[in-house]
Design a protein around this ligand. Structure first.
Ligand SMILES: [Cu+2]
Length: 137
């Protein structure tokens, strides 16, 4: 009778040890999964940030012209105009107030982020023959 009790106790003890071992093993596994998630999340965030920032496009103002004259961009992209001429120019919407730079002297830049699709035509207020357009899709 005593022997049977000892055997039953041993089985229960062995079961308890097995459960402890199993729990320890599974917590190590979930830690490993957590560390994998942590290493994956930052690169996902960087991609999301890069997407929300959009692309950067450059237009040079030189020889009384916008170069390139016309470009096509995506909503969220930013365009930067830089004046390479010795005389001042502006970047001014033909209608509306989307583009409204100050007078840009030599070397000065003007940047604008387009958030709404459409065709934005613009000119220089000092030299109305200087024209350009931005198509936002
Ligand atoms: Cu001009």
């Amino acid at each position: 009778m005593n022997t049977l009790l000892i055997i039953i106790s041993a089985i229960i003890f062995a079961g308890a040890v097995a459960i402890l071992f199993f729990n320890t093993g599974s917590s190590v596994t979930s830690q490993a999964v957590a560390s994998v998630q942590v290493s994956v999340q930052p690169s996902t965030q960087v991609q999301a940030t890069a997407q929300s920032q959009g692309s950067m496009e450059s237009i040079e103002i030189s020889n009384f012209a916008f170069n390139p004259t016309s470009i096509s961009i995506h909503s969220g992209d930013t365009v930067t105009w830089t004046n390479k001429d010795s005389v001042a120019h502006t970047v001014t919407s033909d209608s509306g107030s989307e583009l409204n730079s100050d007078s840009l002297s030599n070397g000065a830049s003007y940047s604008h982020t387009f958030t709404t699709p459409g065709v934005y035509t613009y000119h220089c207020t000092f030299h109305p023959h200087m024209m350009g357009s931005i198509t936002v899709t």
